[in-house]
Design a protein around this ligand. Structure first.
Ligand SMILES: CCCCCCCCCCCCCCCC(=O)SCCNC(=O)CCNC(=O)[C@H](O)C(C)(C)COP(=O)(O)OP(=O)(O)OC[C@H]1O[C@@H](n2cnc3c(N)ncnc32)[C@H](O)[C@@H]1OP(=O)(O)O
Length: 153
């Protein structure tokens, strides 16, 4: 399965660049419809309780995974392999997360995202985050298309 982040160059993102030494290095696997991601939280990613994952970390991995899903789907819609030809870039316009159950720090966090609506300037992405059988968070993300030059600004 294609790892979205491995197909793109010039990515400095804290959440998903393979090259940011301080980042989360998430990897989003795209099957053409759904992108999945597994993230192993560390003990220091905890919330007030040492047993549960910090909500901001959950938002961070959902954000990156969802935007990369929007990017992958946009390349596919144009009939191009990810990262080929003129660059396609989306940013987060809106991130709406419902935290449904505390996520155990033992993890792993398992994310699944899909584009539910795609337009010329924006895509809507729906993302579920499970730990084991438990749906811990559910998000709706508005991904807004920006010029590729945004990545260099
Ligand atoms: C290719 C080169 C390689 C580069 C290297 C590779 C990198 C590869 C991986 C990167 C992965 C990064 C993953 C991390 C993602 C972040 O963390 S991005 C950082 C956080 N986000 C930001 O900083 C965005 C800041 N905001 C902005 O720049 C601008 O407000 C936006 C979001 C671009 C919108 O600009 P705008 O000119 O207002 O857009 P506008 O034309 O008015 O709206 C377009 C559409 O989006 C909708 N929209 C706009 N804003 C919103 C909003 N906030 N809520 C809802 N809808 C909205 C509008 O209603 C409109 O919809 P339609 O009318 O078309 O239906």
């Amino acid at each position: 399965m294609t790892i979205i982040q491995h197909q793109m160059s010039g990515n400095h993102c804290f959440g998903c660049s393979p090259d940011n030494p301080h980042g989360h290095h998430i990897e989003s696997r795209w099957d053409g419809q759904v992108a999945t991601c597994t993230f192993q939280p560390q003990t220091w990613h905890c919330a007030g309780s040492p047993n549960f994952v910090y909500g901001g970390l959950i938002a961070s991995v959902i954000d990156c995974h969802s935007i990369c899903t929007a990017i992958a789907e946009a390349y596919q819609r144009e009939g191009r392999a990810i990262g080929t030809g003129d660059g396609i870039l989306y940013v987060t316009g809106h991130l709406d997360i419902r935290y449904l159950a505390a996520a155990p720090i033992a993890g792993p966090l398992v994310l699944a995202a899909r584009v539910t609506e795609a337009g010329a300037r924006k895509s809507l992405v729906s993302c579920d985050l499970h730990v084991g059988e438990t749906l811990c968070a559910q998000a709706e993300v508005v991904a807004v298309k920006v010029p590729a030059s945004w990545g260099d600004a």
